[in-house]
Design a protein around this ligand. Structure first.
Ligand code: DON
Length: 356
């Protein structure tokens, strides 16, 4: 199975994507590094307002003061600052990998028969709507949706296959399962267990619930770095193809679907605000990771384990907001935007409530 999967996923025809390089290319690496460095200092000020995740006991041991970023453009030099090479568990960022592989191996229709493609407006581990309606999980980037995706993946691929694929797409052979975090979460995952049994009762999961839960939790417990996430983001930015050797990791269609869902659902009930303020498709994890895709331009990985109320990295969100403005990475970049925002009291009020 592993070989078949690798063949299917990795040995497609090479294609060269046109690269749209705008402001970043014009200002050059030195100036971009200075901008990101300044943004890091601003972002650090947010850390005291957040806290590391404690519902997985092992995660509570993380140092909340850590902050790192890797920005890897398709054209130009990689910029790595702060704790960019510190390992942390991927957590919900792995939902992106699960979705990619499910779309590639199981197909579009089987995936979206099990999960929707709408934002949930609810916490990542919510099961409220799942029970009261006969609907499927809102989308594959919340826990219920990802567990449903795992139910599809389990008969097709092993965790070792997924680990190998993750190492390849992240260009990071050092990614391992963090056994301590895995064991810790398995002991305290009663909410996910409830979700998984509820999914089974609705016929959405037909695999063994405990095996499905273990597979999902192992995926969350893979140890990555901000640099690994930037490598993954760069392949998504380049429509699924590594710009260095032309290897294809997913179809163009899969890349497009994944990026769209990252924009609309990647930050849970903070997705809309984040899209307005940052405008870069991003997926967060409670380990403090943020995976961002500046389409056709760069992959960005961020690590900052102090989290906001939605479970997103508090300093990481601020950092992305700053660099989105300064490097003009917002999908809908408009030179008038900053000026308008300065006058907008609604946005200011929202910023006071949220992290950005
Ligand atoms: O399922 C969980 O609760 C965790 N393993 C992952 C949650 C998560 O990362 C939410 N993201 N911000």
């Amino acid at each position: 199975m592993a070989d078949q999967m690798n063949e299917k996923l990795l040995e497609r025809d090479t294609i060269t994507m046109p690269v749209i390089d705008r402001h970043y290319q014009m200002i050059g690496t030195k100036k971009a590094t200075e901008i990101i460095d300044r943004a890091m200092n601003l972002a650090r000020e947010e850390i005291p307002k957040g806290a590391v995740a404690t519902y997985i006991p092992e995660l509570s041991k993380m140092d909340p003061h850590q902050l790192g970023i890797c920005l890897y453009p398709l054209k130009g030099d990689k910029i790595c600052l702060g704790d960019y090479n510190v390992r942390f568990t991927m957590q919900s960022v792995s939902k992106v990998v699960m979705l990619i592989v499910a779309l590639e191996v199981c197909g579009l229709k089987p995936v979206f028969r099990k999960v929707g493609m709408e934002p949930s407006g609810e916490a990542f581990d919510s099961l409220v709507e799942l029970d009261v309606s006969d609907s499927k999980p809102y989308n594959p980037l919340i826990n219920s949706g990802a567990l449903a995706v795992c139910g599809l993946l389990l008969p097709e691929v092993s965790f070792q296959d997924m680990l190998r694929y993750t190492r390849n797409i992240c260009s990071d052979p050092g990614i391992e399962l963090n056994e301590e975090v895995f064991d810790s979460e398995m002991k305290t995952c009663s909410r996910n267990r409830s979700i998984a049994y509820l999914l089974q009762s609705k016929g959405i999961i037909t695999t063994d619930v405990e095996d499905t839960l273990r597979f999902y939790t192992k995926m969350c417990s893979m140890n990555v770095t901000a640099e690994s996430l930037a490598n993954l983001g760069k392949k998504l930015a380049n429509d699924g193809v590594c710009n260095l050797d032309g290897k294809r990791f997913m179809s163009s269609r899969t890349a497009r679907i994944v990026k769209t869902l990252m924009l609309t659902c990647g930050m849970y009930d903070g997705s809309g605000t984040f899209a307005i303020k940052v405008g870069i498709p991003t997926k967060s994890g409670v380990g403090g990771g943020l995976l961002s895709v500046s389409d056709k331009r760069a992959g960005i990985g961020v690590f900052g384990p102090a989290l906001d109320a939605q479970g997103n990295s508090i300093a990481g969100c601020k950092l992305l907001r700053e660099i989105s403005n300064e490097l003009r990475l917002n999908l809908f970049y408009d030179p008038e935007w900053n000026k308008e925002e300065a006058d907008d009291t609604v946005l200011k009020e929202m910023a006071a409530k949220s992290v950005m």
